[in-house]
Ligand binder design. Structure first.
Ligand SMILES: O=P(O)(O)O[C@@H]1[C@@H](OP(=O)(O)O)[C@H](OP(=O)(O)O)[C@H](O)[C@H](OP(=O)(O)O)[C@H]1OP(=O)(O)O
Ligand SMILES: Nc1ncnc2c1ncn2[C@@H]1O[C@H](COP(=O)(O)OP(=O)(O)O)[C@@H](O)[C@H]1O
Length: 292
């Protein structure tokens, strides 16, 4: 068997184990996401096929913000060894990062497509209300931060689900901090969030597309942030900050209408104080206490 394994950098979603399907990597730069049960897997596959071939999606947007789609592949899995399972073959968006610090931020106050059956709406609504989705238009679904020396800070899922808006702000500060444990120094705020090629400028480019595009509504999709903790420095150099979209199992047709749900969440994220330039300069000026 090959060296297929669950990605160490995975921060949210279903994780592969002895009895569960989940994404796999093999070190080749590809990310294999199992087709999910019901019509979800087929739906995500149909999205990738449509999106990859869509003449009106700007190539720059497709190449910068989305994983490239390489078709499907039947792969053996630990959960179902006797029965190869179809997987979406995607670019591994964190490939090449030696020490990936990653955050999965689920965008939108609403995470279910309008066509969803009532029980699913109720389940999602409860999660949206119980997290910051309704209030902020986004929630942090997963995060891992690699500190200098290699220690990984990675809160458990229940802890993330319980975050209020102040908690989300704290996590966004922790994401760009170099201290161990729960502390924050925001030493990497300018390098990761600010500047040319930083998170904020990439989010603004993405937003400009969402202000125009009416092809798709990205319910329950996430923005995946990534940087290399070994390469980024407080002086602002390196790190290859990545801003990507993932999880398209609930994308709906746009039918000529702006995706105001995703756009609203994106604007809210862009406006969040932690990411904004002013706060970054406050942080650099040691105004951290003022912000807590
Ligand atoms: O199954 P659950 O209750 O763990 O929910 C999954 C979510 O986990 P959560 O409980 O919110 O941490 C999970 O959320 P994360 O990606 O972990 O944020 C997904 O929303 C998943 O739906 P899908 O894979 O996007 O279709 C969700 O699966 P479905 O509820 O859509 O089956
Ligand atoms: N193309 C990718 N490259 C690297 N990591 C990815 C990619 N797609 C997803 N991930 C990782 O896997 C996690 C779950 O992905 P997602 O598509 O949301 O799965 P699920 O449908 O199970 O929620 C993300 O939080 C991220 O850590």
């Amino acid at each position: 068997m090959s060296d297929l394994r669950p990605p160490e950098h995975q921060v949210a979603g279903h994780r592969a184990s002895a009895n569960k399907l989940g994404p796999l990597v093999d070190g080749s730069g590809l990310f294999y996401k199992p087709l999910q049960a019901g019509d979800r897997g087929e739906h995500e596959l149909a999205f990738y096929e449509a999106f990859s071939a869509h003449a009106t999606v700007p190539p720059r947007i497709r190449d910068t913000f989305f994983p490239r789609f390489h078709g499907t592949r039947l792969l053996p899995t630990e959960a179902r060894p006797a029965e190869p399972h179809p997987h979406l073959v995607l670019d591994d968006l964190l490939a090449g990062l030696e020490a990936p610090s990653v955050a999965d931020i689920k965008i939108g106050a609403i995470t279910w497509p309008p066509s969803s059956p009532e029980p699913y709406v109720a389940k999602c609504l409860a999660k949206d209300r119980g997290t910051t989705s309704v209030l902020l238009g986004f929630r942090v679904s997963g995060v891992r931060v690699v500190a200098p020396g290699g220690a990984v800070w990675r809160p458990e899922r229940p802890e993330l689900k319980a975050l209020d808006t102040a908690g989300v702000r704290r996590v966004l500060r922790r994401y760009v901090s170099t201290v161990a444990g729960d502390g924050t120094d925001c030493a990497l705020a300018a390098a990761v969030y600010g500047g040319e090629g930083g998170v904020l400028s990439q989010l603004r480019e993405l937003k400009a597309w969402f202000e125009e595009q009416t092809l798709f509504h990205f319910y329950s999709a996430s923005i995946l942030l990534g940087y290399d903790a070994n390469a980024v420095s407080a002086s602002g150099a390196g790190g290859g900050v990545r801003v990507k979209l993932v999880d398209f199992a609930h994308v709906a047709e746009g039918d000529g209408v702006i995706d105001h749900n995703f756009l609203g969440g994106l604007c809210s994220l862009i406006k969040s104080k932690v990411l904004r330039g002013k706060e970054i300069s406050d942080l650099l000026g040691c105004g951290v206490r003022r912000l807590t």
